[in-house]
Design a protein around this ligand. Structure first.
Ligand code: PRX
Length: 651
């Protein structure tokens, strides 16, 4: 085996999985007794109020149920149960954009969560099963509110603070949320920015389900208050008791919804369970990050994404770890910010996305050398494939050639990692997610369900249900079945298909090759082409549009739009039209979905039945030769015309 990087044994004193033999033993244990092994971990890791009677109920597949009959509370699992042994340990370390710090010990966190939970119950009449939308910046109150919902059995739906009012409104309506928790705003790059006005805009019409809005004060900027609807968190919470009884939850009670993009239609409300989700969040935290009691762990994601849910809030806290929450951006005040924080807090595990690594490499190649990064042990990456150049800089300049890089492959729907190296055990191949974690039966198969040969692309599937998997798409069971269990079968049975392609090599290492559907991965965030297209179509001058992904040096993929204008219009003011299109996207979705390239074309390549041939458009955007047969197109000459327009734009 060539090009392998072995774990530095000095760095790993007492890992849970020490070497590949132990990894294989664990995989074998699951193979011999799949359910029994999961039950062993569930018994070991979860503080059950009442034990489950059935490990896995497959009677209504693919609506699987795990640990049926079990009773627990996820906030109790993450906070209260630690009070016996860790009450003065830092649970959350917050660093603000401007460098302010705040530490919440487990005891303080327990108080805050209880007070907030009481406030939700008493002041907002939130009950078990009610949906609460959380639209917040990266401040500790975001985690506190998530946990407070869990404490009383409310289902939270966190919406990323970068989403627009329209996107927020769609999510509020779909979840039929009763309450929105937000903040006046926060700080970014030394300046205040606002969130509350976005909520006001979202609630203007169509959100009658929302009765109240609760506002956390962060930046103190002036906001408008709607009498009878808007309430100050800071005012209300201070009068609440710091004792709150945890709601007794069933294993399968939904813990949260998180909206994510699919290839078609509106974003899907991915619904996660309580027991299965928290079990895997905790187990992967311990296995993949080698979390030890004195460690300080930092994940740079935002709580608005699944990485923030599982690996800033739920996983670290369930494991009793110290988790860092950072409000700012990695390049402010300079590209050394993260490394300065690593030095100051003596961070042991650092978890980020390849897009951030590329940006920090490009803008601050020599910054890491200015700081003492020797506390680091595990470096994580997530969200998209990491390219060899970024991998090598991460490994050498940040890890000093001594840290294990865990390239964690997973999705909103999987709840936690499914393929990842184990830092003390797995010999790593750069840019390779390596092996399925024990308990996850991840297989690369072809259309007939057979394993794909070495070196050939296949469908990345998980062929057995596992505890932290998505349970449903909120309010749309049919879409759930079709989206995830409609494409791949094994032994005649539908299996979970991730939507990604993958390849296995001669040593059994798995490399993820990217989405097989029309989802674009922008800076590690999923963008559905249908969503972006329907935003662009709102421009009155647009007749048709198709968007595809195009490789981008920092973002991984950028958005490339082919736009057909209405009537005889020629584009006299292309720049203005591009600006208008992007401002519609900003309004409908948010700045994360802005197009990097917009080209105006006379028509799109369509089959005679009207299907847009995206593969051709993808190839043109990338400057690759067209290998598809174009003779079946309605107008084969359109391909050459589009190619010459794109070439002449010299994009
Ligand atoms: O295409 C895969 C890519 O990100 C998608 C999941 O996106 P999302 O649900 O937003 O969750 C992102 C954070 C977990 C996957 O379908 N992806 C995620 N991690 C990797 C990856 N692609 C390659 N390598 C990874 N490590």
């Amino acid at each position: 085996m060539s090009n392998l990087f072995y774990p530095n044994k000095e760095k790993f004193k007492a890992p849970l999985i020490k070497n590949m033999c132990e990894y294989k033993d664990l995989v074998d244990e699951f193979a011999k007794d799949y359910e029994g092994t999961w039950a062993k971990f569930a018994d070991m890791k979860i503080d059950w109020f009442e034990k489950y009677h059935t490990i896995l109920d497959e009677s209504n597949a693919p609506f699987y149920k795990w640990f049926v009959g079990g009773k627990l509370n996820v906030a109790y699992q993450c906070v209260d149960r630690h009070l016996k042994t860790k009450k003065n340990k830092a649970a959350i370390i917050f660093e603000g954009d401007n460098g302010d710090q705040k530490i919440l010990t487990y005891r303080e966190l327990a108080y805050e969560v209880s007070k907030t939970a009481n406030m939700l119950r008493n002041q907002f009449d939130i009950k078990k099963g009610d949906r609460v939308v959380i639209y917040m910046p990266m401040i500790p109150e975001a985690a506190v509110c998530m946990l407070a919902c869990a404490k009383i059995g409310a289902i939270h739906s966190v919406v990323f603070g970068g989403f627009s009012a329209e996107a927020l409104k769609d999510r509020i309506i779909d979840a039929e949320a009763k309450l929105v928790i937000t903040s006046d705003g926060a700080y970014r790059k030394g300046k205040p920015y606002m969130l509350k006005p976005v909520v006001d805009e979202a609630l203007k019409e169509g959100c009658e389900c929302v009765k109240k809005v609760c506002i956390v004060e962060r930046n103190g900027e002036t906001i408008e208050w709607v009498a009878g609807r808007d309430y100050s968190y800071n005012e209300l919470v201070k009068n609440e008791s710091s004792f709150c009884e945890s709601e007794i939850m069933e294993s399968e009670d939904p813990l949260f919804l998180l909206y994510t993009s699919g290839s078609t239609g509106k974003p899907k409300g991915v619904q996660h369970s309580s027991a299965g989700y928290i079990l895997w969040a905790q187990m992967t935290m311990e296995w993949v990050f080698d979390i030890k009691d004195n460690d300080t762990y930092w994940c740079t994601a935002d709580v608005g994404w699944i990485t923030g849910h599982t690996y800033i809030v739920y996983g670290p806290l369930a494991a009793g770890a110290t988790t860092v929450m950072f409000e700012g951006v990695p390049t402010f005040p300079d590209a050394g910010r993260c490394w300065k924080m690593v030095e100051e807090y003596k961070i042991n595990q650092f978890y980020t996305a390849p897009t951030a690594i590329r940006l920090l490499h490009k803008t601050g190649e020599h910054e890491p050398a200015k700081y003492d990064l020797s506390s680091l042990r595990v470096l994580g990456t997530v969200g998209e494939p990491i390219d060899p150049a970024a991998w090598s800089w991460y490994y050498n300049a940040i890890g000093g050639g001594k840290c294990s890089i865990v390239d964690t492959y997973w999705q909103t729907e999987t709840g936690g990692h499914i393929i990842s190296p184990l830092p003390a055990a797995t010999p790593i191949k750069p840019s390779c997610a390596t092996f399925p974690l024990p308990g996850i039966v991840a297989e690369i198969i072809d259309e007939a369900g057979n394993p794909t040969p070495i070196g050939e692309k296949g469908f990345m599937c998980v062929t057995k249900p596992w505890p932290s998997m998505i349970r449903n798409i909120w309010g749309d069971g049919d879409r759930f079945v079709k989206s995830y269990f409609g494409d791949c079968k094994k032994d005649g049975k539908p299996v979970y298909f991730t939507g990604d392609g993958a390849m296995i090599d001669e040593d059994g290492y798995i490399t993820i090759t990217g989405r097989t559907d029309d989802v674009i991965n922008v800076s590690g965030h999923r963008m559905g082409t249908a969503e972006v297209e329907s935003a662009i179509k709102k421009h009155s001058n647009v007749a048709a549009v198709a968007v595809v992904g195009k490789p981008h040096a920092i973002k991984g993929e950028g958005i490339f739009a082919y736009v057909v204008l209405k009537g005889e219009d020629t584009v006299t003011e292309e720049m203005q039209m591009v600006q208008e299109i992007n401002s519609i996207i900003k309004k409908e979705i948010g700045a994360i979905a802005l197009c990097d390239d917009v080209v105006f074309v006379p028509d799109l390549p369509k089959t005679r039945s009207g299907k847009i041939m995206r593969r051709i458009l993808r190839a043109i955007a990338k400057g690759e030769p067209i290998t598809q047969d174009t003779s079946t197109l309605e107008d084969p000459s359109i391909v050459g015309k589009i190619e010459s327009i794109v070439n002449s734009c010299a994009l």
